[in-house]
Design a protein around this ligand. Structure first.
Ligand code: BGC
Length: 338
């Protein structure tokens, strides 16, 4: 009887403890610590950022143990800076333990960083790097003050100059170096991403620089902003092909989504990649890797969303554990050709 009573009392204590557990800021739940993680993505309707955010979520899940849980809240900024600013305010009110932020506008970085730092919440910026500019609006080759001056603010990303250079090198390495008609000039179309992401500017600049550095002459037929979107890529490429026809030798797209659109326009115009035109993207979406293998795309560059998302999560966890972090974390691009 006494034994039975002891067991009952013990059971009662276990249940009471479990019932008292609450989530919340580093809260205890069934003996486990639960951290609240706020993730703000610039736009859910973006192929690359969808892969990235799914991997962020999966990787946090995979790190959970009996003792540590991560309650991850992911919100869609819908390419609207004031919406994202409100979302960050909500994260602060909700007492997030760490925030992962994919800015809608890098030009608004300071205001957001300031309020997150003032709330004492560690911040991991991803994918859209805030940059330092001089008074004339030129990019300064130095770290961003808001990142450098705060121990718990960092940026995780890839250096887009590398991806641009790789695109140019892929063309330079072709037998005819992109000069299909042999007139000594590479005539190209450039389809750019949203200028709020420096990746667009760097890929545009460094793809061409790589060709020029290798000694080739280039001529830009069309250079337009497609905002990373497939439909825009198709529209810009279709109109370039109808205006310049066979003069178009190379189509550079700042990302694969726009290259998918351009590929459709190329087919619709009766042109054949690898024979009478070349097509380049960046990201190495699975579909595009397949197209490179089939010859429907000349090449792409792996934008490693797995490496970047895992690094972002690892750094966020370091912050949660109170460990020191670096200001910048870089993940390499990789050339993808047949
Ligand atoms: C990717 C694009 C994506 C953009 C979003 C870039 O690094 O290459 O595909 O749309 O980030 O900011």
């Amino acid at each position: 009887m006494k034994k039975l009573l002891t067991v009952l009392v013990a059971l009662l204590m276990v249940f009471t403890l479990a019932a008292c557990g609450n989530g919340g800021e580093g809260g205890e739940q069934s003996g486990a610590k639960t951290y609240k993680v706020g993730v703000a993505i610039y736009e859910f309707n973006d192929n690359f950022m969808t892969l990235y955010r799914n991997e962020l979520e999966n990787y946090f899940k995979s790190l959970e143990t009996d003792d540590v849980k991560y309650e991850v809240t992911i919100v869609d900024g819908k390419t609207d800076m004031s919406e994202q600013s409100n979302q960050v305010d909500n994260f602060i009110t909700q007492g997030m333990d760490v925030i992962i932020l994919n800015l809608v506008q890098t030009s608004s970085a300071e205001a957001l960083i300031d309020k997150i730092v003032a709330a004492n919440i560690p911040l991991v910026l991803i994918n859209r790097e805030p940059l330092a500019y001089d008074a004339d609006g030129n990019i300064l080759d130095e770290a961003y003050e808001g990142i450098l001056n705060n121990d718990y603010v960092c940026y995780v990303g890839a250096d887009a100059r590398q991806s641009g250079t790789y695109q140019g090198e892929i063309v330079a390495e072709l037998e005819n170096h992109g000069d299909i008609n042999g007139d000594g000039v590479i005539n190209y179309v450039m389809i750019e991403g949203d200028p709020e992401n420096i990746d667009a500017q760097y890929r545009t600049e460094f793809s061409i620089k790589a060709l020029e550095d290798a000694g080739y002459t280039v001529n830009c037929l069309v250079d337009q902003v497609g905002n990373w979107q497939q439909a825009k890529g198709e529209e810009i490429c279709a109109s370039a092909l109808s205006q310049y026809g066979n003069d178009v030798e190379v189509v550079f797209c700042n990302n694969d989504a726009m290259a998918l659109g351009a590929a459709a326009a190329i087919t619709a115009a009766g042109r054949t990649v690898g024979e009478d035109i070349y097509l380049l993207g960046v990201d190495a979406l699975e579909e595009c890797q397949q197209m490179v293998q089939n010859g429907e795309m000349t090449g792409t560059v792996l934008n490693d969303h797995i490496g970047q998302s895992h690094t972002a999560v690892d750094v966020a966890v370091k912050c949660l554990n109170g460990e020191a972090i670096d200001n910048y974390y870089w993940v390499n691009y990789v050339k993808v050709t047949k």
